[in-house]
Design a protein around this ligand. Structure first.
Ligand SMILES: *Cc1c(COP(=O)(O)O)cnc(C)c1O
Length: 400
């Protein structure tokens, strides 16, 4: 490492709160599917800023749209309407088939809003103040208090006292455990259609169907957290659309702004009519013209580039290559995932594998200690997949 980069990292470690064990790299810029650090070293990116950079880097159309908005107006507050937000909300409705949109600034904030809507819905119905939410083990919904309440990793909650939402946890793809967790006080069931952080675990169609039916029967709201698995990552705009099993409330963020911070929660008219009304929820920045101009540019590029078709067409190649690695390297036990959201489950910790790949110019992340998470920009082609397989293969070979 150069003196310059070391100095920057030391400075960061002296000033920033230490809540991350960061890779020892200072990134500088990106181009296409590649990132460059301040020393000029080039990395193939198979992490896309945790599923954010769906379009890769230096997408000219996107950058121009954002720059143009910077020249116009960045922020208006929600006391006014603004054209980018009007447009973005309508497009999200059309893409999702949901009826109402609320823009927030992040995934966790979108989850907060979704939970508030669900709890208010139940309150309007029965006046009760002790509603519960059923969530899944190994889920991840964000780090704010509400989102933390329904996050399945108890380690994330342990030190932080009483949680605002009373959650009961069930198991993914295990209807019996959901039935056990549901009580008379359950107002919502929240889940990721493909769990991300918790280990890349896709929900099965039968499970989703049964949970949907259970929610309909008991007037429980079904919340799908599409923050990571949404926005085309699985080959569908939203992961639930593969099966047509529609939620009552859904969240989106990460790739929604492709780098400009933005999230949203959406709901059906039924939920909107009986939950949050004027004064119940708000945000200063949420839905500002800059963020929404980014959303519109992202959606334009998804259309122009045919992103969901591209993921559907290219994912089988990625899956085949990953399956080959599973057969070839003893350290790899199995692959699971959907589209460009894949996990390689390994025999033990993947920290050294990821570090070795990084040394050789490939950026990856884990999902739990033993799982390599493959989360590339959605514009990658077979060429980048081959390059990834070559570098990751070398790293896995050393783990025999
Ligand atoms: C990342 C993530 C969140 C939290 O999003 P932030 O933008 O980090 O607040 C919530 N839910 C899921 C499924 C996520 O992957």
């Amino acid at each position: 490492m150069s003196e310059m980069m070391k100095k920057m990292i030391d400075q960061a470690e002296a000033d920033l709160l230490h809540t991350y064990n960061r890779y020892q790299v200072v990134l500088d810029h990106g181009e296409g599917m590649y990132l460059y650090d301040v020393e000029g070293k080039k990395y193939l990116d198979f992490m896309s800023g945790i599923g954010v950079f769906a379009l890769g880097y230096s997408n000219e159309y996107y950058e121009n749209a954002v720059k143009e908005q910077v020249g116009k107006i960045l922020h208006t507050s929600n006391y006014f309407y603004n054209e980018p937000a009007i447009k973005a909300a309508h497009r999200l409705k059309e893409l999702s088939g949901m009826d109402r949109v609320f823009f927030a600034n992040s995934g966790a904030e979108a989850v907060e809003g979704a939970l508030k809507a669900a709890v208010k819905y139940a309150y309007v119905k029965d006046g009760g103040k002790d509603h519960q939410v059923v969530a899944l083990e190994h889920s991840f919904h964000g780090r704010t208090y509400g989102a933390l309440s329904v996050t399945g990793n108890s380690h994330y909650r342990e030190a932080f006292g009483a949680m605002p939402c009373e959650a009961r946890f069930a198991k993914m793809n295990d209807l019996e455990s959901v039935l056990e967790a549901v009580t008379d006080k359950t107002c919502a069931i929240i889940m990721e259609v493909v769990q991300g952080e918790g280990g890349i675990v896709p929900a099965e169609e039968e499970f989703l169907k049964a949970v949907r039916a259970l929610c309909d029967e008991k007037d429980i709201l079904l919340i799908f957290d599409e923050v990571q698995c949404g926005m085309g990552r699985t080959g569908y705009m939203f992961a639930w659309q593969k099966f047509g099993i529609k939620p009552d409330i859904m969240t989106t963020a990460k790739a929604l702004g492709c780098g400009v911070p933005v999230g949203a929660f959406l709901m059906t008219q039924k939920v909107a009519d009986h939950s949050l009304t004027a004064g119940d929820h708000g945000t200063t920045y949420g839905g500002n013209p800059l963020a929404c101009a980014a959303v519109n540019a992202v959606l334009d590029q998804y259309e122009t580039l045919g992103i969901t078709d591209h993921v559907q067409k290219t994912a089988p190649y990625l899956e085949k290559k990953l399956d080959e690695m599973v057969s070839k390297y003893d350290y790899c036990l199995l692959r699971r995932g959907r589209g460009f959201m894949q996990g390689l489950v390994c025999k033990g910790p993947v920290k050294d594998v990821i570090a070795d790949a990084m040394d050789n110019g490939l950026i990856l992340i884990n999902a739990g200690a033993d799982i390599i998470r493959i989360l590339p920009p959605l514009v990658i082609t077979e060429k980048e997949i081959d390059e990834m397989v070559q570098i990751l293969g070398q790293a896995l070979a050393k783990m025999q």
